[in-house]
Every structure is written in structure tokens, then in C-alpha cells.
Write a protein that binds this ligand. Sequence first.
Ligand code: ADP
Ligand code: ZN
Length: 748
Amino acid sequence: MTSKPVQYAEIVVDIPLNKKFHYGIPEELGNRLEAGHLVRVPFGTRTITGYCVGFTDTPDVKKIKNIKQIIEGVPRVDEGILKLTKWMASYYRCGWGEALSAAMPGGIKKGAKERRVKSARLAKSVDEIKNEIGLISKRTPAQAKLLSVMLEDNADMTAKELLTRAGSTAPALAKLAERGLVELFETAPLCDDVLLQPSQHTKAVVSDDILSDEQKDAIGKINDFLSNGKFGVILLQGVTGSGKTEVYLRAIAIAASLGMCSIVLLPEIALTPQTIRYFQTRFAKIAVLHSYLTDANRRKQWKRIKDGDVDLVIGTRSAVFAPVKKLGLIIVDEEHENTFKQDTVPRYHARDVGVMRAMFSSATAILGTATPSLESYYNAMTGKYSHVVMSRKIGKMAPTLIETVNMEVEFKETMGFRYLSRRLEDNMTKALERDEQIILFLNRRGFAPFINCRKCGFILKCKSCDITLTYHKKTEKMVCHYCRAEQLPPKNCPECSMANIKYQGFGTERIEEAISRRFPEQTILRMDSDTIKEKDAYQRMFSAFHNREANILLGTQMIAKGLDFENVTLVGVLSADASLNIPDFRSSERTFQLLAQVSGRTGRGEKGGLVIIQAFDTEHYSITRAVKSDYDGFAKEELEFRKQLNYPPFGRIVRAVFLGKDEKRVIEKAHLLTSKLKYCAEMRSRQISVLGPAPASISKIKDKFRWHTILKAPKITLLHDIINDSNLDREPVAGAQIYIDVDPANML
Ligand code: ADP
Ligand code: ZN
């Protein structure tokens, strides 16, 4: 008879190294330890938290240390998430432990790490304990009492409750543990507060017989995918108002009827109480996950999801890791949004992780949007994804007219500068006369984006960042929009001391002032991150506009979606080409998407709508195509441009960023590692290009200098290869950090 080989645990920890560490399993853990458990392990001189990801009988070190304990009261990570995070680690070049940490959000782990309570459970059988009580009741009554209280419930109990109920003391309990009758352990405190009020489950708002043909087709297609139980991705490209949400709701219902759970991912700003309520009216068993949840609530939601108590999980980026039992459907709404990409480690894209998760679970993924990312669109064109198009708005909506005003011509004709073109101003006046509402969009907050000296040309920049300071009039401060540093506006030029400071350009604050001067009798709502700092401010403004307490709403991109009011008949875009000038290969795509989204804020009712786009470069294809609401035409031109330069979706990009306070070291490091990369690229394939190093567009943030190198290749695996070859992510870096961003969403 051969004896079973000794098993060792494979543990990953939250460090930037994709490596499994081997640990012994102490006897007292017996066979309780499973893959997915959160454990405490000795690591160097410290004890840290790690995840058990598997077992081995061939440890890679001689002197093996033991696991200290399993952390109780924390949900075990299931196999699917282990697989997914393993993929993330290798794809996004991070530690498996780092990926797992992202999958176990704040409260879940925190419950384990920080707020833990001592708990106790019986370690022997009921009969043995009864026997023991008889034996010791005379000699050590305190211990006997503890045991009898524990017998009453025969369940895990916090030490505090136990001691109170038994009227006993901690040393007595410790003694019982020492004698092996009781097991002491630490657990997350149990919480009973409920996040959601039980919701009213109502019938479908849209009855079957009024579904549009396009909706029926889309639902039919999704039904096929769900019933055949194989992995598949559907790009649902539907114009604003085509009724995508109804399609989602039907799809979720189909999945639920097949006993499967759905996850809906929304961009942060779209997850409003209105949206949640909308889903709640249709599904009773729903869990919500977002960043504002208290730790206790998040744990509660997780437990419900894990126990299979919900049909639907709705949440922001990290909800992609929701521990659902049987996943049927992942819906990523507004899939083109770059808020799905996390800009800290692990730098994952929730859409792409969602698609992988669907693949590992043989589930269906639906990517919904009016303006697909070029990546998803290309995947649909090449047949990798199914493509479902909904091109018509629901119901009797009057058409939306979109037109442009060239501001250069406008300035010439009016012989001067103005914020609002005559065309926009006239139409505002008309709309207000008819008591209709107006939305004005400007993606820049503050009063003036920079100040300069008219005499010597000096421009005031942040001391810690390579960014101009924005003047905020209400607070009378110059503010850095990157590090939030503030200073008083200088009276005289800090350079030449002349009193010649000029406040240049305009942000929402300045426009608000200009409009209230032009329309003094109007109430103006301004929505940007300065005005919605207070809790509920967004909701208050939303309701005020909804109740028509104001007819003009001015704001940054937070007003670009979700505001669907029939009475809005005019939308003005004040500086449409501002986003075109951002040095990023996606700037045209972003501009088109933004214009399409903002335009969708009108034309919701029978009154129709007018959109006026003010810009200098009115001939740019992002703008001309937006005017025609022609996504496909835009995509065609943009794909042509991407193809020429091998940008995504044709090529894949990895960005290596070098950071540090000592500029010289950063430059040195950037050069050293980039030449190494160039060497490795040459050895591998001619298809890889390594561009750089160069200072990043924003060459300093928070006192750290920034350089970057761009790696490009037709296949991501080639880039993974040269990162491996060059040891890039493992390079010890004194005086300079390096991070790797796979599929970067932002090149600044
Ligand atoms: P999208 O998300 O595609 O922009 P929505 O899902 O917001 O569009 O749908 C627009 C509006 O039309 C919503 O108020 C929705 O309740 C309504 N709606 C959806 N489908 C139908 C339908 N078949 N008949 C009537 N109204 C519908
Ligand atoms: Zn700054």
C-alpha cells in the first residue's frame, strides 16, 4: 500500500509578482483547507494574507514554512474566479494575488483583515462534551458553564457573546482551547443591515405585442445563445432610444428561467437610483454592487449572490467578479466607456475580463452600445462576435437635427470673441419662449483653464505636475486638476512682476456666468464635479431639472448620459473639438462617442430636437459623421487610419511607464529598459515595434516625472513574450518605478 504523498499548499500573495509560494499545511487545519481560502502566512519577517490557489506534492523550496491559519468568515473564492484571475495575471502582467485582491473588493477582504472578532466553536462531539461537563463541573465550574452554553446552540459564536452568556472569563475559555475541547478562531463580524428594501416585483412594462421587430430579433438571437449553453459574444449596436434596456431585461429573464444568473455592468455614472429601480421593478432577486456600499452591505450582497439568492447582479467594474453560482449572461452596457478600464493595478478592462469570464463559464456576453469601441466593432466585422443592430428609435419620436457652427467664421462675422454663437443663442431664446428645456455641454470645469502674463507670456503651472492651474472663481483659487493642489491667484506675474495677468479660456463656471448675464431671468443648473461634491447634489439637480424648476442645464460629461427628458428640445455643445486635440490615438473615437451621446439627450419626445455643435474644426470626420449620426461611416474612416498606423484593433499595444521623483534616474531607467526591449524585440520578430522612450504627454504628475515607451505588435502574445524575455516586470528599479499597461485606454 502506498501512502498518500504529503500535500503542500500553493499560495499567492498581493505583490507584483506572478508566482506561487509553497507552504506546509499544519495538522490542525486537517483537510479543511481548500483552494480559494484566504489564509495568513509567514512571509519574510512578516505575516501576511494570501490566497490558497491549489496543492502540490513537490514543493520548490527545502525549508518549508507552515500556513498560520485560515481566515474565517470570508467567502472562499470559487474555481471560476481562480481561473479568471490567473488569466488576468498573465494577460495584464500583474501578480495573481493582485488580481485576486481586485476580485475580492474592499469590504470582503477588509472584513477579514481589519475588523475581526474572536470566535469559538466546539472541537469535540456532543457526547464527548457532555461527558466532559460531567467530569469537570465541580472542579472548574467556569469551564463547564462555557461548554454548556456552547452546547445550547452548537454553532460558531463570538467569544464576547459566549463569555457574556456564560458569565465567564477569557482565561477559562483559553484553557478549554488549550485542552483541545474548543477551537478559537477569528471571523468577520456578522452584519444584519439590509441594503435593499424588498422591491415591488411588477409585470413587464413593455408588453410582448409592442416589442419592436428589432427588439424581437435581438431577443430571439440571445435566446438561441442562452439555450444552446455555449460561449458567445453579441455586440448589440443600438442607437439611443432603440430600447436596448428592454432587450437586456428580457435576456435576463430568459437566463433566470433557465436557472442561470446574470451580471450587468454599468459605467459608474450610469448606476443611478433610477437605473437600479428600473431593474428592481422587474426582478425581485437582485443584488447591487458599487463602490459606495458600506463594507457590511457589500458582504451582505456577496453572501446573497454566493448563496444563489439572486437572478441578477448589477454593478460597476468590479461586479464582473461577483461570485454568482451559475453564470448565464454578462451584459456590459456602454461597452465603449473607458471607465471600465481600471487605472491602478491590476489594469484590467472589465469588458474584456467579462468576455473571458463568459468564456470560462460557457456563458453569453452582450456588449451593448450606440457607439461601439473600434475593438468590438472590428470583432463583429470579422465574425468573432455576433452583430445585432437596432437602428430605429422606439415610438413616434420626431427626428433630431444636428448642425455645426464654425466658431472661427462666427468670430470673424461678429468681429469678436463670444461663448455662444448667434445660432445657439437664438435657438435658446426660442426654446425658452416655448418653455422647453436646454442642455449645454462643455467638458471642462472651473472658470478659466489657465492664466498667463500678457507681458512676458508666463503660464502658471502646478508645482508638482506638468499641467496648467485652472482658475476657480467661486473659491478664488488656482487648482490643479491632477493633484488638487491649490494656491491663491497671483496679483502680479510671478516671473516679471507686472500686473498683467489674464484669465484664458473658459470652463463651465465661466459659461454659467455668461449665460446668466445673457438670460438673467433663468435659473441655471450647473452639473460638474465641483457642484456635485455634496451628497445627493446630483439627485437634487436631476429632480430639479426633471420637475422643470430650471430650463437650462449646463455640465461636463456627467450630463452626457442618463438624462432622458422629453422636454429637452435643444442641446448645445460648446467646444466640440477640445477633445480632438488630446494627443491620444483614440481622441477621434472619444469625440465621436461623446457627440453621439450628448446628441441623444434631445429628441426623446414628439417635439423633436435640435443639436448645435460649436467647433473650430467643423470638417473633422468625428464631427461631420456625428452630424449625420453615421457611426458606420465614422468607423470606416477611423479603421482606415488605425490600420495605417497598426493601432488597435489591428495591432495590440502595451505601454511601459517609468516614474520617479528623480528625473535623471527615470530617464536613465527608461533608456536602459527600452534598449533591452528593443533588443528582445529584434530577437523575436520584425513585427514588434518599440517606440520610445519619450516623456509622456503629461510629463510630471504629483512630483513624479513620467516617461513612457510604446510596444506595438499584431498579436498580444508577441508583446507578452518580449516582456518575459526582457524581465521587464521583474526588473529591480532603484529610484524609478515602472508599470506596464496592457491595452492602455489612455496614452497621456
Ligand atoms: P436605449 O437604451 O437603447 O437608448 P431605452 O432602453 O432607454 O433605449 O429605451 C427608450 C425608452 O423606450 C424607454 O423609456 C423604454 O421603456 C421604452 N421602450 C422600450 N421598448 C419599447 C417598446 N417596444 N415600446 C414602447 N416603448 C418601449
Ligand atoms: Zn498638480
